[in-house]
Design a protein around this ligand. Structure first.
Ligand SMILES: [Zn+2]
Length: 821
């Protein structure tokens, strides 16, 4: 074994001293050298202990750490927390890419390479991993029995075990009969009770276009993967019709059944066609149209429809009477106008069948636990991600006709979103119980995992970012003084909900049990439990009509990895589920906290001032508080972002659409294909993602400003081990590993449509999509794809380019920058 090079070096350099007599000068120099060496050694010892103290201090007291860190020694923090944070950040990165060329790839490339999208998922991100972990916690607490359980908790556990209990056999005929009699299904119209946009203290009836059986109108009107799903949908309707006929001992005529169901689909397609696409439903001031029921009857008299009877019919279940003078808000005038033409086109019989088939189909959707947020179909309003229930239906009805086998599978996530396996059943059960009993499950979750002191820390962070927003107003040239003052008032009036509602942990407070007083579950009857839930949810929502708005009500549960802004309440909500690393931890660097939860807070605050939120005042009333000058300029500033994001082409969705379409479109011209792809690309961003893009841009700017202020008073934090990055760069790195997504469609289903129109959002780290999911989410998600959210908001932010010294004209530092807030 040869010597290593370094050993060789030592050998060669260590000159052997020969015999030598020292002169007086040499002795003097030697003594001096010894003295200097001792001084240096002393300094090294001092420095090391100071650095150690600093590291310890950094995780204990920020202010002490801050003072210590003023030194220019550029220390590295080596506590366990710092090492863990650094390891996480490093693993996610791809340092072979230059940050100024593609910051998303730089920050997330490592993550993307290390992670394969699970077979059960259509998208995989750090958010999904967090959510998976949260569900494991919930599984644990829901499966743990305890003598001390109060009513609400006991009921949540019974509901969960009834879901897990698959022994039940249920009777389809009884079930459908019960459903029709007891539950209002929104087929041709959507009617709900929600806060009046123009008077945030009271509730009012809204009339809107219905959600569709499939995720968006494109599934009815376009080709490619959409067509494949549409065919499966038709097959599914035929299957259900067959089951129904067989159960009633009616004769079967397959050909006729197909013909009839095709007509039903035609009607539903006409309905889809009459609905306004999302991009035409962005301006709430245009959507809102208040009138009395009498006026409604005169204005939209399609086919002699009796509005009073319809509305009274819905409300009779909560014993509320309405008169012709009752006010309603029509949220979909263009749809109602178009329906005047659609209805006469179809025979009463087909309308009847549509109603029946669609009701059945939607009923089945409602009945499934998959009808709750999940990483696969979080944004999907409707169609059958509900295979399990469908399969249960098939097995429950042994007489299921042969040709129908497989049709339900075609409507499963596999076809819709490209997944290749189903989620574990317990996950479905956890999600179902979580969404049906948010406060009871929230109590279990918080007790299990949530650190109480986080509440105060997050509240302090909110103050800081609120302040940063107000200060940012001063930098804006496009807004005049009076409008800035109003904006300031609104920002300072934002109310916050952090973690969980206090009452859910108060043993003596009966509110939690009262919330579920009307629910009675049985472990053996999951299906009946679902019915019970549906009925209670409908009643709870409808009976609010005569009640004032409760300003303290929590709009979402605690066990949710998500954050929200409600314009009707001018309120931001950060449930316990999101207050964990890497979003937030009292032990991690403030650069990471500000880049993580700080950015989320800024994002939510900015929603109060995006293209939708800006229409509401500080009390949550839809009221124009803008001067003409400022309003005009707001539109101009926004237009810049519409164009910027409109230029991002999401190849994943486009590619999928092209290849998906090619296999189906022998008869379709290249030109029409081009237009289809073009319109898809346009959808990536354009108008419908504007609100989220504005919020992203504002959020990162405010969080950064607030962070710099924190550094000013507390001092720079030590570097993280192994990462050659300063505190500013760390902020942006964590931000990029974080970008945000919304819960609009979760709520669409769980709560009701009114809420969904105005609520936001959630954060996702680095993440990957399946192509099927990409082309679906491009149509239904109000957010830009993750990578473009990072691109767009950092391209516009000079401070980012300064932090990474991106040359002008590089990909991340273009000449043209857009800024609204
Ligand atoms: Zn948002």
């Amino acid at each position: 074994m040869g010597k290593s090079e370094s050993q060789m070096d030592i050998m060669e350099k260590s000159n052997k001293p020969g015999k030598h007599r020292w002169t007086a000068t040499e002795i003097g120099l030697f003594v001096l050298l010894m003295l200097v060496s001792c001084a240096l050694a002393g300094l090294v010892v001092l420095y090391t202990s100071a650095a150690k103290e600093r590291s310890n201090a950094s995780s204990v007291s920020r202010s002490t750490a801050g003072q210590l860190l003023q030194s220019s020694l550029n220390p590295v923090c080596t506590t366990a927390d710092c090492v863990t944070a650094a390891a996480r950040l490093l693993q996610n990165m791809d340092t072979s890419v230059k940050p100024c060329d593609n910051f998303y790839q730089y920050a997330c490339g490592g993550w993307l390479e290390r992670h394969v999208i699970p077979e059960t998922s259509s998208r995989h991100s750090v958010f999904d991993i967090l959510r998976d972990k949260l569900e494991i916690v919930l599984k644990g607490v829901l499966e743990t029995e305890s003598e001390q359980d109060r009513d609400a908790i006991r009921k949540a556990k019974v509901l969960y075990s009834s879901c897990m209990n698959e022994r039940e056999a249920w009777n389809l005929e009884d079930t459908l009969a019960t459903l029709t009699a007891r539950f209002h299904k929104k087929v041709l119209l959507d009617m709900y009770v929600w806060t009046d946009d123009r008077d945030s203290r009271r509730h009012i009836i809204y009339i809107d276009q219905p959600s569709l059986g499939m995720p968006s109108r494109d599934y009815y009107l376009n080709d490619g993967n959409y067509k494949k799903v549409r065919e499966a949908y038709l097959q599914f309707m035929v299957s259900i019709a067959k089951i129904t006929r067989e159960d009633r001992n009616l004769t079967q005529d397959d050909e006729r059944l197909w013909e009839e169901m095709t007509q039903v689909l035609e009607l539903e397609t006409d309905i889809a066609n009459a609905t306004s696409p999302a991009e035409e439903r962005q301006d709430v001031t245009v959507l809102y149209n208040k009138m009395t029921i009498g006026e409604l009857q005169n204005t939209f008299n399609f086919n002699g429809f009796n509005w009073t009877r319809y509305i009274q019919g819905v409300l009779s279940c909560v014993s509320i009477d309405v008169l012709l003078e009752e006010e309603v808000v029509v949220y979909s005038s263009p749809y109602l106008e178009k329906m005047n033409d659609v209805l006469p086109k179809h025979s009463v019989r087909s309308a009847y069948r549509h109603d029946g088939a669609s009701k059945m189909h939607r009923t089945l959707q409602q009945l499934t636990p998959a009808n709750v947020p999940s990483q696969n179909y979080a944004e999907l309003p409707h169609v059958a991600a509900h295979c399990r229930q469908g399969q249960q239906l098939e097995s429950g009805v042994s007489k299921m006709p042969e040709p129908a086998t497989g049709s339900i599978n075609d409507l499963c996530p596999q076809t819709l979103y490209g997944t290749t396996a189903e989620d574990a059943w317990w996950r479905e059960c956890v999600r179902y119980v979580q969404s049906s009993m948010e406060n009871a499950v929230g109590a279990l979750y918080v007790r299990e995992t949530f650190a109480g002191e986080s509440k105060q820390m997050v509240s302090d962070l909110i103050r800081k970012i609120q302040k940063a927003y107000v200060e940012t107003l001063e930098e804006l040239r496009w807004m005049d003084g009076p409008s800035k003052e109003k904006a300031r008032e609104k920002a300072m009036a934002i109310k916050e909900h952090i973690g969980y509602p206090d009452h859910i942990l108060q043993e003596r407070n009966q509110k939690l049990d009262q919330e579920y007083a009307h629910l009675n579950f049985s472990e053996e009857h999951y299906f009946e439990n679902i019915l019970e839930n549906l009925r209670c949810e409908a009643h709870k929502s409808l009976k609010k009509l005569r009640e004032p708005v409760d300003p303290d009500m929590w709009i979402i549960g605690a066990a949710v990895v998500n954050a929200f802004y409600s314009p009707n309440r001018n309120q931001i909500v950060f449930p316990a589920g999101i207050l964990q690393p890497p979003f937030f931890s009292k032990h991690q660097h403030q650069a990471l906290n500000f880049g993580g939860i700080g950015m989320v807070i800024g994002h939510e605050i900015t929603h109060g001032f995006d293209d939708n939120g800006r229409n509401f005042d500080k009390d949550g009333n839809m009221l124009n508080w803008w001067s003409n000058y400022s309003a005009e300029h707001f539109k101009e500033q926004s237009q810049c972002m519409v164009q910027q994001y409109g230029n991002f082409n999401w190849k994943l969705a486009g590619g999928q659409n092209v290849s998906g379409a090619l296999s189906h479109i022998t008869g379709v011209s290249v030109l029409s294909l081009f237009f289809r792809v073009w319109s898809l690309w346009l959808q990536v961003s354009g108008i419908s993602t504007l609100g989220e893009n504005i919020a992203d841009n504002g959020g990162v700017r405010q969080a950064y400003k607030a962070y710099l202020k924190w550094v000013e008073t507390e001092g720079e934090e030590p570097r993280l081990p192994g990462l050659d990055m300063d505190h500013k760069q760390l902020f942006f790195l964590n931000f990029a590993q974080v970008s945000e997504r919304n819960a609009k469609f979760n709520l669409w289903q769980i709560k009701n449509k009114a809420i969904s129109n105005r609520l936001t959002c959630i954060q996702v780290w680095c993440g990957a999509y399946r192509p099927e999911y990409a082309s679906q989410s491009i149509k239904t998600d109000s957010h830009s794809p993750l990578e473009y959210r990072v691109f767009g908001s950092l391209q516009n932010f000079e401070a980012f380019s300064e932090a990474f010294q991106c040359p002008k004209g590089s990909a991340m530092n273009p000449e043209l920058k857009c800024r609204v807030w």
